[in-house]
Design a protein around this ligand. Structure first.
Ligand code: NAD
Length: 256
């Protein structure tokens, strides 16, 4: 379905980003990976799906590096047809204890990076009259949780940015939508499981149950594979007129 298209997925060396990159690659899209840590493993996993893959290690907190990454993608594959703004970090602390440097980093990586990549991707998408921008927000783009001020503020911002991007391009072939996952068992969430296990004297399995019980009626983690399939839907012809939605995959979290 996506043969000949190029997808750039930020923060795709791990977790949800890698899951979405694989799902798009399975549909034939060439992939530009980004993120920290080992890139060779993820590159090999994508290449094994029979598409072309490239990697750029831009730090998504820096506009100049995002500019270099977008130029690299265009130079390598001609143009970015699908942009998945996924890179993100978390920090958990009460507002009065929240390190200012963590606030700035979360706003830069979780919110401003999506603005920068979007502004740089749009001209080529509009010229081709086809494009998909998928913002990985969070259920925290729709509701709050204590001790996550920066994350919740950034993710609400991402949902807002999604709506404006969709509206400004509503008469074109460029759509923009957000995905709002509940708990997904990636390294980002495993850190929160570990903190709970230590704080409450629980095993890893018990701490996972406590985490789910607090928020997710399904008592199940959403998987990167499921989120990848939602991204594929947004890229399909059936997604042509899906514009500006914030689509939750949250085990009933926000139905309560
Ligand atoms: P993860 O820690 O597994 O992956 C994060 C990715 O972002 C990694 O590839 C990492 O290298 C990259 N990254 C971090 N800082 C970066 C930077 N400055 N520049 C470039 N890349 C950077 O986490 P994840 O759970 O897969 O999270 C992916 C996205 O999904 C995030 O935006 C997160 O907020 C969102 N999300 C996660 C959950 C969850 O439960 N895990 C739920 C809702 C939303």
């Amino acid at each position: 379905m996506l043969q000949g298209k190029t997808a750039l997925v930020t923060g795709s060396t791990s977790g949800i980003g890698l899951g979405i990159a694989k799902a798009l690659a399975k549909q034939g899209a060439n992939i530009v990976l980004n993120g920290f840590g080992d890139a060779e493993g993820p590159k090999a996993e994508i290449a094994a799906l029979g598409v072309k893959v490239a990697y750029h290690g831009a730090d998504m907190s820096k506009a100049s590096e995002i500019e270099a990454m977008m130029k690299f993608a265009a130079d390598t594959f001609g143009r970015v047809d699908i942009l998945v703004n996924n890179a993100g970090i978390q920090h958990v602390a009460k507002i009065e204890d929240f390190p200012v440097e963590r606030w700035d980093a979360i706003i830069a990586i979780n919110l401003s990076s999506a603005f920068h990549a979007t502004r740089l991707a749009l001209p080529a998408m509009k010229a081709a009259n086809w494009g998909r921008i998928i913002n990985v927000a969070s259920i925290h783009g729709l509701v709050g949780s204590a001790e996550k001020s920066a994350y919740v503020a950034a993710k609400h911002g991402v949902v807002g940015l999604t709506k404006v991007t969709a509206l400004e391009n509503a008469t074109t072939g460029v759509t923009c939508n957000a995905i709002c996952p509940g708990w997904v068992l990636t390294p980002l969430v495993q850190k929160q499981v570990d903190a709970k296990a230590v704080a409450m004297g629980l095993s890893n399995e018990e701490a996972k149950k406590v985490l789910l019980q607090e928020k997710e009626p399904s008592m199940q983690f959403t998987t990167p594979e499921e989120l990848g399939e939602l991204a594929v839907f947004f890229c399909s012809a059936a997604g042509n007129n899906v514009r500006g939605v914030a689509w939750n995959m949250d085990g009933g979290w926000t139905a309560q």
